[in-house]
Design a binder for this molecule. Structure first.
Ligand SMILES: Nc1ncnc2c1ncn2[C@@H]1O[C@H](COP(=O)(O)OP(=O)(O)O)[C@@H](O)[C@H]1O
Ligand SMILES: [Mg+2]
Length: 465
C-alpha cells in the first residue's frame, strides 16, 4: 500500500459521496492521476513523489473536474509555515497529531508516510494532551475504540511513535515514569524577555537595570541568584534609585521560587536527535512562562540550525566532507493554542522570537505549525509567512475574517450544500464538522475541502472523563 498508484489498493473508500459541491472549478492542483492523489504544499509534479505524509481525503464535488475521494497528502520536504484555525473541538489538536505522526519515526511501517525521512519535532503542548502519541489507541477507552473503528474503515493500522520524549517543568508531577524535567538557563532569557515577563518597559528604570545586569553577567552561564546579587549590590548602581532595584529583586525572587531556572538547564541541542518528537507538556505553567519556554526554544533553534545549514552549504560549495555536528537538517516546531503563547496585542517573549524564527526559518530548514481558536489574536508578522492553512469550523465573523485573511490562495465563492447554495465563505466554514477543513496552499488555485484522516496513535484530547 502507501502512496498508491492503483485505486485498488488505496486507503478505504470512506468518501464516495459528499453533500458539498463547490461551484468554483479547481483550475490548478498538484494531482497525481494514477491512484488519484492530491499533494498540498508542493507545486512540482512528480509521478512518484516521496516525502509526503497522508492527511485525509478530498471531501467536495466540484464544478468542472471533481477530486472527490482523492487521497490528500502534504509535502514535508520544504520548510512550511502552517496555520490551523478553528473553534474549540473542531479538530485542531487532532491535526497537529496527524502531522506529527506523519513526520516522526513510527513503531511499524505505515502507509501514512510515503518515503518520509523522519523529521525532528518540538511540540509546545499547552494542554498536556499529546503524551498519547506514544501509544496505540486502546480499545478499552471508549473514544479510542471509536478511533479503532475509524481506522478500520480507512484501512489504516494503529501505530505509535517510536522516539517520543516528554518534557515537564519542575513543579509538574510525572505520571508516565520517564518524563524529563526541564529548567531554563537564565543566560538565554533576554532583557526584553524579562521586561515582558515582569510587565516593564525596556526603556523604563527597571528595564534599564535588567538590561545592564544581563549585559554585565554575559557571557558567563549565570544563575538567577547571580542576577539578584548583582542588582542588590549598590556599588554597581551609582545614581540609580534603590526602589527600582528593590522592586526587581522582589520579582526575581518570586521567579526563583518557581524553580524554572537553572544554569544547567535545557540545552536545545539535546532535542535535536534526528527523527525524535519532543513534547513539552506545559499546562501547569503560567501563560507568560509557556511563552518564555517557546521563545528560548525558537531562538536557540534558529541560531543552531542557521549555523548548521551555513556549514553544510560551505562544505557543499567547496565539495568537502561535512565535519560538523550530527544534527538533523529539518526541524518542525508545533504550537497548540498559539494565541496563548504569542498573542498579538501583548508583549510576550515568544512573539518576537517567532517573528525571527519564520524570517530565518526557510534557510535553516525550520517549519512552524500554529494552531489557534482565535485567529485574530496571533501576531500578523508571523502570519504573513503562512504558506499552508487548515480552516476548521469557526462561528464568529471576526474570527472568520481573520482566518480568511491568512489563506494563501483563493477562497470559495459558492458552494451547494444539501440543496442550499451558499455564497459566503464564512457560512461554509460555519457548517463544518469536527475533522473537516478547507486546505489552502500556493500550489492550488483555491482552497479545497478535506476530511482529515483518523489518528493512528491514541488521540488524548477528548473531553474529560
Ligand atoms: N479528523 C478527525 N476524525 C475524527 N474525529 C475527529 C477528527 N478531528 C477531530 N475529531 C473529533 O473532535 C474532537 C475534538 O478535536 P480536537 O482536535 O481536540 O479539537 P480542538 O480544535 O479543540 O483542538 C476529537 O476528540 C475527536 O473526537
Ligand atoms: Mg485543542
Amino acid at each position: 500500500m502507501s502512496f498508491s498508484l492503483k485505486l485498488a489498493d488505496a486507503f478505504g473508500k470512506v468518501v464516495e459521496r459528499s453533500p458539498f459541491t463547490a461551484l468554483d472549478p479547481i483550475v490548478k492542483i498538484n494531482h497525481v492521476p494514477k491512484g488519484n492523489n492530491v499533494i498540498f504544499g508542493r507545486a512540482k509534479y512528480e509521478d512518484r513523489p516521496s516525502d509526503v505524509v497522508y492527511i485525509g481525503k478530498v471531501l467536495e464535488n466540484a464544478a468542472g473536474k471533481s477530486y472527490l475521494g482523492a487521497d490528500a497528502w502534504m509535502d514535508v520536504t520544504f520548510p512550511h509555515v502552517i496555520y490551523i484555525t478553528g473553534t474549540r473541538g473542531s479538530g485542531k489538536s487532532f491535526d497537529l497529531g496527524v502531522l506529527i505522526e506523519g513526520i516522526s519515526e513510527l513503531q511499524e511501517k505505515s502507509p501514512v508516510q510515503n518515503d518520509v525521512t523522519p523529521i525532528t519535532s518540538i511540540l509546545i503542548d499547552t494542554q498536556s494532551q499529546f503524551w498519547t502519541l506514544r501509544y496505540e489507541p486502546r480499545g478499552a477507552v471508549k473514544e479510542n475504540a471509536q478511533q479503532l473503528e475509524e481506522l478500520k474503515r480507512w484501512n489504516i493500522k494503529p501505530n505509535a511513535l517510536k522516539n517520543c520524549r516528554i518534557y515537564i517543568p519542575p513543579n509538574t508531577e510525572p505520571f508516565l515514569g520517564d518524563e524529563i524535567k526541564f529548567r531554563l538557563q537564565p543566560r538565554y532569557v533576554t532583557a526584553e524577555d524579562w521586561c515582558s515577563l515582569l510587565g516593564q518597559e525596556v526603556y523604563g528604570p527597571q528595564g534599564h537595570i535588567v538590561s545592564e545586569t544581563c549585559e554585565s553577567l554575559s557571557p558567563a552561564n549565570y544563575s538567577l541568584n547571580d542576577m539578584i546579587a548583582y542588582i542588590s549590590d549598590a556599588s554597581n548602581w551609582p545614581g540609580i534609585a534603590e526602589s527600582s532595584r528593590n522592586a526587581l529583586v522582589y520579582k526575581l525572587t518570586d521567579y526563583l521560587r518557581t524553580g524554572l531556572f537553572d544554569p544547567a538547564g535545557l540545552d536545545v541541542r539535546s532535542l535535536l536527535t534526528p527523527g525524535v518528537a519532543n513534547i513539552f507538556m506545559l499546562r501547569d505553567l503560567r501563560n507568560e512562562d509557556k511563552s518564555l519556554v517557546t521563545a528560548i526554544i525558537a531562538r536557540q533553534l534558529f541560531l543552531i540550525m542557521g549555523q548548521h545549514h551555513k556549514e553544510l552549504k560551505v562544505a557543499h560549495f567547496f565539495d568537502k566532507p561535512f565535519k560538523g555536528e550530527n544534527l538533523p537538517t529539518r526541524v518542525w516546531l508545533l504550537i497548540d493554542e498559539a494565541h496563548v503563547v504569542a498573542p498579538a496585542n501583548l508583549p510576550s517573549p515568544a512573539r518576537e522570537a517567532l517573528v525571527e524564527y519564520v524570517k530565518r526559518g526557510r534557510d535553516a530548514g525550520l517549519s512552524l505549525v500554529l494552531a489557534t481558536q482565535q485567529p485574530s489574536a496571533v501576531d500578523d508578522r508571523i502570519l504573513s509567512q503562512v504558506n499552508i492553512s487548515f480552516n476548521h469550523r469557526l462561528t464568529f465573523q471576526s474570527d472568520i475574517s481573520a482566518a480568511i485573511n491568512r489563506v494563501p490562495t483563493k477562497t470559495l465563492a459558492g458552494m451547494k450544500m444539501s440543496g442550499t447554495t451558499l455564497t459566503d465563505f464564512g457560512d461554509m466554514i460555519r457548517l463544518l464538522e469536527a475533522g473537516q477543513c478547507f486546505l489552502g496552499d500556493h500550489a492550488s488555485s483555491r482552497t479545497v475541502l478535506v476530511q482529515i484522516r483518523p489518528r493512528v496513535t491514541s488521540h488524548g484530547g477528548y473531553n474529560p472523563v
